[in-house]
Design a protein around this ligand. Structure first.
Ligand SMILES: *Cc1c(COP(=O)(O)O)cnc(C)c1O
Length: 462
């Protein structure tokens, strides 16, 4: 048989009429289907130009068009099963919301609500009023507000309280926190003048005091997040900075980032000051993220002195950084859960995942493993391992966990992981010594069905 020529390519109309496409033509716009057919025919043409063998028979061709339509009709943002064990995985959206927060988002999204309206008085209110009380209860602060994220909170606080003035910061805290959050650049963007004090490892209270002058706007401490200096180090406690600030009438701002709001030491975590501890120690403002250890939506929370919060809220940047109704609803619901810490630990997924006992993970792993053992072509075993909080929180603290170690026969670890990633639902796993591992720290039992199906599909011999 001679190799096919361009003239043997079927017409678009002929492909359109094929049996494989009848169903999709009912619910996809005709232009999408024709575009997919053209794309497939173009691809065949270039393969033929390169001298590759091609199959021009109608039904297999229509099937490939269907595959193209399947890929292009999927949304770009899709659900992912996080089997990495990293609870606050920034690339996977950090915290998952508690059910009550999800309901609040849903209600806020689909209807009107009193976003900036006091229903008692009929007067206009501030949209942050919805979360102010929750933030006060959580932190013990006089007032609070919220913006788009902690980066925005830092810029806004520096701009509204120290524009054109000096913001004093320790050299040991001029860090880059994940991607593009670099303290010196944030300072520059805010219009505050960076006044570095001390050295990389040692900054004393006297260094701060010497730097204070007529143009000082504030003192800021930045939690080094995922960065540690070990050995010969010294930096003043927030109490000492607060006393210094009071003496010179300067606000002291503490950017704590991850925003620990419940003591996690009973669950084996290191003692870290909570946001409330920062306020109690005298910080005038504490800044933290909504979607790290708080376990809420992406937001930047600002808690502290009412007069400072008011100045921040009247800055024109507040209008640019403010939260939308869905995020505010999620945040209010999340903060509400903290009124009962036991409930917060149970219902906020971030806290629940971090505090699940290893014995419980072990028993869940056995349950999941007994199901996965039925999958042909797959060999698995249960093992212990360690994982991390993620999101720059508690970087030095490995968390014990339980994993399922899996190998699919005849499929490389990379190929297996890639199939899992591209599947529906997508599964992000970890790799270890040539195996793919699924970490039970972030896979809860209600994901077991979907995960088993995804693994069955990915492990199938091609
Ligand atoms: C994570 C972090 C930030 C950035 O928070 P986003 O909410 O991601 O903008 C800022 N400061 C510290 C100390 C952090 O840990």
């Amino acid at each position: 048989m001679s190799s096919p020529t361009f003239r043997d390519l079927p017409a678009v109309a002929a492909v359109l009429e094929s049996a494989a496409l009848i169903e999709v033509r009912r619910h996809l716009p005709p232009a999408d289907v024709t575009a997919a057919i053209r794309a497939e025919l173009d691809s065949l043409r270039s393969q033929m130009k390169n001298g590759s063998r091609v199959d021009l028979s109608l039904e297999p061709l229509a099937q490939r068009v269907l595959d193209r339509l399947h890929v292009t009709s999927q949304p770009t943002l899709r659900p992912v099963i996080n089997a990495t064990g990293i609870v606050l995985h920034t690339n996977l959206g950090r915290s998952c919301l508690a059910e009550s927060a999800v309901s609040a988002v849903w209600r806020a999204a689909r209807g009107y609500l009193n976003l900036e309206l006091n229903l008692e008085t009929g007067k206009r209110s501030h949209r942050s009023d919805a979360i102010r009380d929750g933030l006060r209860r959580l932190t013990g602060a006089e007032s609070g507000t919220a913006v788009n994220n902690c980066a925005a909170a830092t810029i806004l606080v520096l701009k509204s309280l120290a524009f054109g003035k000096e913001a004093i910061v320790s050299r040991g805290q001029l860090v880059e926190i994940g991607g593009s959050f670099r303290i010196p650049e944030i300072m520059a963007a805010s219009g505050a003048i960076l006044k570095e004090v001390g050295t990389t490892n040692i900054t004393r209270l006297s260094d701060y005091e010497r730097a204070i002058g007529p143009n000082t706007g504030l003192i800021i401490r930045v939690h080094p997040s995922n960065f540690r200096i070990r050995g010969f180090t010294e930096t003043p406690e927030i109490e000492e900075l607060a006393a210094l600030g009071k003496k010179h009438n300067l606000p002291v701002v503490d950017d704590v980032g991850s925003g620990l709001s419940i003591d996690l030491t009973p669950f084996g975590f290191p003692a870290e000051p909570t946001v409330a501890d920062g306020i109690r120690a005298g910080a005038d403002l504490v800044l933290f993220s909504g979607d790290k250890l708080l376990g809420g939506p992406q937001a930047g929370l600002i808690a502290g002195r009412a007069d400072l919060v008011k100045r921040i809220e009247t800055d024109p940047f507040m209008r640019a950084f403010r939260l939308d109704k869905m995020t505010l609803a999620a945040l209010e619901a999340t903060l509400r859960l903290y009124r009962d810490p036991a409930r917060a630990l149970r219902e906020i997924p971030t806290l629940r995942m971090l505090t699940t006992p290893v014995a419980e993970l072990q028993s869940r792993a056995e349950t999941l493993a007994s199901r996965l053992r039925e999958i042909p072509n797959l060999s698995i075993r249960v093992d212990t391992d360690s994982t991390y909080v993620g999101g720059g929180s508690m970087p030095d603290h490995p968390i014990p966990t339980v994993v399922i170690v899996a190998n699919a026969q005849g499929i490389s670890e990379e190929e297996f992981a890639s199939r899992l990633r591209r599947g529906t639902p997508s599964v992000m796993a970890r790799s270890r010594d040539g195996s793919v591992i699924f970490d039970l720290r972030t896979v809860e039992p209600d994901h077991f069905d979907a995960l088993s199906t995804a693994i069955t599909v990915a492990a199938a011999a091609s």
